[in-house]
Design a protein around this ligand. Structure first.
Ligand SMILES: [Zn+2]
Ligand SMILES: [Zn+2]
Length: 478
């Protein structure tokens, strides 16, 4: 473990925000606009049972007692063997094996490939720790000795290269290491630890699948759910936000139907490629012309598929978009506009029938519980080698961690209060000019999540991630 790595790039004091105080107090981001998904949880939030500094000290002792050298090998093995969403069989097996050897009761196959580990240790709250396990269809281009050469099969049947380009290998490693540390230190706390290895985060399937398979009925329902995500910042940086931290999202397939024919005779056809091109261009106006200036929405066209040959006008074109917004209402407004524009472009082109539209990978915003974040920020600030910053505005990334806080169709009873934080996983020595504000403006030189060169400094990132998760759990396990 390199202490220098913690110091590099750490330029701000504990608990600061990187922007002005005005930005922190942004009322529109602090109170959501009353949609069902985005109400902050106001009732039944457990306060930390253990003072922050004591939780941090206990975590340091627990983590030190277990060492972390073996976890670097564990991480490298996961990194070299990534698996696509809902197909994390090997990864789940490795996590289950580790939890078992730490003394937890382990159940596999929860929500297809999910793993649940339970450590009952007397009276006290049920604390859930969640780590996601899936990788992405990306070809790795790092120079790591343990880089992925793996491939996988998409649901469509296509073969693709696979890479842990979102750090879920790091999340699984910290989950296993924290469970081990807490099991080792069980004389010092009381309560029930619920460890959740979740499949399919990238496709927004996993949390729903695990809840649908009885995560909160077959196993103890948590009093609090905690999660962390690694980010492209030097190790030592920790980001919290006592409100919405990540966006709501949905993806949408739009199939534009035309009438194909010979490329030399467009007048006898209805060209779906031209229509789809107009659609892709016009749909940008959803943000620029239809969305209020202070309501951030993103519309990205990620896929455009049509045709097989230059001189054939195809029968259809398929455009797939991703939409992000801070509330369900804003997301719904954007999706409605996209449907309207698709209908209208097809009508304008004389399409033989209206477009076929399918929404998928739909997930709510991640709205942290304010009082949980307050307690966790204090515990994390007390740890050696960390700089805790309060995010002034939410991130446009999305997570299905929020599903655990939403009763109704997912589970009965009160909502489970939750908190998700981010921590830096990059080698600070390589990026001495890094500034935290560059993360949100998109100008950071550190390769980001979902890129071919996303790379984590394994040893220090595990050490800090393990401390963060362990101290967070020990804040509630009295
Ligand atoms: Zn991701
Ligand atoms: Zn991720």
């Amino acid at each position: 473990m390199s202490d220098r790595a913690y110091e590099n790039g750490v330029s701000r004091g504990h608990g600061e925000s990187w922007n002005s105080p005005d930005a922190v107090a942004d009322p529109s981001s602090r109170t959501s606009t009353g949609t069902r998904h985005c109400e902050p949880v106001a009732v039944g939030t457990p306060d930390p049972g253990v003072p922050a500094r004591i939780a941090a000290e206990r975590a340091e002792d627990a983590v030190r007692a277990t060492g972390h050298g073996a976890w670097v090998d564990f991480f490298r093995d996961l990194h070299a063997n990534p698996e696509l969403s809902m197909r994390e069989h090997r990864t789940a097996g490795r996590l289950a094996e580790s939890l078992q050897s730490s003394g937890l009761d382990v159940s596999e196959g929860v929500g297809e490939t999910g793993v649940v580990g339970i450590l009952r240790n007397g009276d006290g709250p049920v604390v859930m720790l969640r780590g996601d396990m899936d990788a992405l269809p990306i070809r790795e281009e790092t120079d790591l000795a343990y880089r992925s050469e793996a491939s996988g099969t998409l649901p469509s049947g296509g073969q693709v290269p696979v890479m842990h380009a979102c750090g879920h290998d790091m999340h699984v490693t910290c989950l296993a290491a924290t469970a081990d540390a807490l099991a080792e230190a069980r004389d010092g706390w009381s309560g029930t630890l619920l460890v959740v290895g979740q499949p399919g985060e990238e496709t927004f399937q996993g949390a729903k699948a695990m809840l649908g398979d009885g995560l909160f009925t077959r196993f103890p329902k948590p009093d609090v759910a905690l999660g962390q995500h690694v980010m492209p910042a030097p190790v030592g940086h920790v980001l919290h936000r006592a409100a919405t931290i990540m966006a709501a999202t949905a993806s949408i397939d739009v199939t534009i139907h035309g009438r194909g024919g010979h490329g030399s005779q467009p007048s006898s056809c209805v060209d779906p490629v031209t229509t789809a091109a107009y659609f892709v261009t016009r749909v940008q106006a959803v943000v620029s012309r239809e969305t209020p200036s202070f309501d951030p929405v993103v519309v990205t066209t990620g896929m455009f598929h049509a045709g097989t040959k230059a001189n054939i006008i195809p029968d259809e074109a398929v455009v797939t978009l991703n939409v992000r917004a801070m509330t369900d209402a804003s997301l719904d407004r954007a999706l409605t506009a996209i449907r309207r524009i698709a209908d209208a472009e097809c009508a304008a082109a004389g399409s033989p029938r209206p477009p076929t539209v399918a929404v998928f990978a739909n997930g709510p915003a991640t709205v942290n519980d304010g009082s949980l974040v307050e307690g966790l920020s204090a515990a994390h600030t007390s740890l050696a080698g960390t700089t805790v910053t309060q995010l002034p505005t939410p991130l446009m990334g999305s997570e299905d961690f929020s599903e655990y806080g939403l009763p109704g169709t997912r589970y009965d009873g009160d909502p489970v209060p939750y908190a998700l934080w981010m921590w830096g996983g990059a080698d600070g020595d390589r990026y001495p000019a890094f500034r935290l504000q560059d993360l949100q403006s998109g100008t950071s030189e550190i390769p980001g999540n979902h890129t071919t060169r996303f790379e984590l400094a394994a040893e220090p990132a595990i050490a800090v991630g393990n401390r963060l998760l362990t101290s967070a759990a020990l804040s509630y396990l009295s």
